[in-house]
Write a protein that binds this ligand. Sequence first.
Ligand code: COA
Length: 260
Amino acid sequence: MPETDLVTLDVADDTGVATLTVDRPDRLNALNVDVLEGLREGVAEAEAADARTLVLAGAGDDAFVAGADISYMKDLSTPEAQAYAELGHDVARDLETFPAPVVAAVDGYAFGGGSELALACDLRVASESAVIGQTEIDLGIVPGWGGTQRLPRLVSDEVARRMVFLGERLPAEEAESVGLVGEVVADEAFDEHVAELAARLAAQPQFALGAAKEALNLAHEEPLHAGLATERRLWSGLFGTHDQREGMAAFLEDREPEFE
Ligand code: COA
């Protein structure tokens, strides 16, 4: 468990799903330094526990994460802001490179750094009442934890610019229509739906999922030819693993596979 009580980690032994929760509801789960450090510890612990899927969530009914902590940021100097930016980037990168799928369970507000953490996850599920925005412009700053880079890779460049320039706050349905979230779920069904999705991901063949994630991440990071070469290497590397042999055998024998 992370040292701070502002972040909790729960690993379900039966499914291998780990849930990392920002637990600061009185501040709408705003991310101060303790929370960010707790998230880093939590992600590392989930990895050490061999979690097969990680869910990132916010406590309480109102917010996923309402952003970086404005009270903390208000009087930062440039070097202090740099250190804070680096910490936020580190958390986002930890999520992005986590060796199994990471699902952002966006229930309520996801603004600024909250939206940026969701962007660093593999998948985003929103509740009907979620609202997502890169709202930093309203504070006289810009996204500083990866939003300027990850947002236009996910939605169109036009939508990203509108969101960042205008601080637009997109209700869940609109976020889905621009591709910012994968699906919108009724508030009352949200927790169960996220748990089902996470369990489905956790039941997938893990070496293959890890390879898929690594290759898909590179699609955004490398020139096409380098990404394609990596994809070939990762793809061929899966041959001979238990899950590859079993998955193909099961198909040919017309039965359900039993993955490791
Ligand atoms: N940093 C620090 N504190 C925050 C916060 C943040 N990002 N977001 C909310 N809080 C605090 C509020 O100051 C308030 O504290 P208080 O009870 O001591 O007054 C508490 O959380 C509850 O928020 P409140 O604004 O009263 O709730 P609301 O329902 O009226 O509004 C929001 C919710 C999300 C619209 C509003 O809190 C907001 O705009 N927050 C800032 C979002 C933002 O700009 N994030 C980007 C930061 S980079």
